[in-house]
Design a protein around this ligand. Structure first.
Ligand SMILES: N[C@@H](CCC(=O)N[C@@H](CS)C(=O)NCC(=O)O)C(=O)O
Length: 217
């Protein structure tokens, strides 16, 4: 097996890459990285000095791929399967990439900021940053709610890269900035995604680690 995914089962960006791999039954060796362990962190930093996972290593092709969106593009190109994660139609592919950026930048990253703040020492909290992140998530929710009136997937009829990005972002954002009754389309979309076997598997595998998710102080 030539592929190794360096990851953690609780990490939202790792979920995104895992969903892409599971969608197409791509065989890989999972390497769970504990970034809290200095030796494991040092080894991981040699692989990818930015120090963020997921990272996919392809020994057969001599490639190291960081960044969840790029990992999905890579497997779609070199290990394609039944789900075309980057649609062949260039206009829909562009929509999928745009939607991927929107979920990452305006839902996923603000969610990470709120979670990150929970881990900060009491005297280093950033209430201003957290309020801005919450506002960003809420305005994204309003936009996604309208978009998902069409559905069933982020770019329309077919499951793509955009849906791989959407699920972890929305799942964890809902934990820190809960969806309201006005977000019925998003809630239904999340339920549709949970029903996919790739996503159900990611959730099942993360379950033993959910206790590690930082609670609000
Ligand atoms: N843009 C990156 C973001 C990856 C990322 O933020 N990963 C988090 C886990 S969800 C991480 O590695 N955090 C550890 C750290 O920052 O030390 C991607 O799309 O893969």
């Amino acid at each position: 097996m030539s592929l190794t995914l360096h990851f953690h089962p609780l990490s939202s960006f790792c979920w995104k890459a895992l969903i892409g791999l599971y969608e197409n039954d791509v065989a890989f060796t999972p390497n769970l990285v504990n970034l809290g362990d200095p030796a494991e962190r040092a080894t991981f930093l040699k692989l990818w000095p930015i120090g963020k996972f997921p990272v996919l290593v392809d020994a057969a092709r001599g490639e190291t791929m960081p960044e969840s969106s790029i990992i999905i593009e890579y497997i779609d190109r070199h290990y394609p399967g039944r789900t075309r994660l980057i649609p062949e139609n260039p206009d829909i592919a562009l929509q999928a990439r745009l939607s991927d950026r929107l979920f990452d930048l305006y839902v996923h990253l603000p969610m990470q900021e709120i979670v990150g703040d929970r881990l900060r020492p009491q005297d280093s909290k950033d209430p201003f940053g957290v309020a801005a992140a919450r506002a960003r998530i809420r305005s994204s929710y309003a936009m996604i709610e309208q978009q998902m009136a069409r559905g069933p997937y982020a770019t329309g009829e077919v499951f793509t890269l955009a849906d791989c990005a959407a699920f972890p972002a929305l799942f964890y954002a809902d934990r820190v900035e809960p969806l309201g009754p006005e977000h019925r389309n998003i809630a239904a979309y999340v339920e549709r995604l949970k029903a996919r076997s790739s996503i159900a598997r990611v959730l099942r595998e993360a379950e033993p680690y959910f206790g590690m998710f930082p609670k609000e102080a």
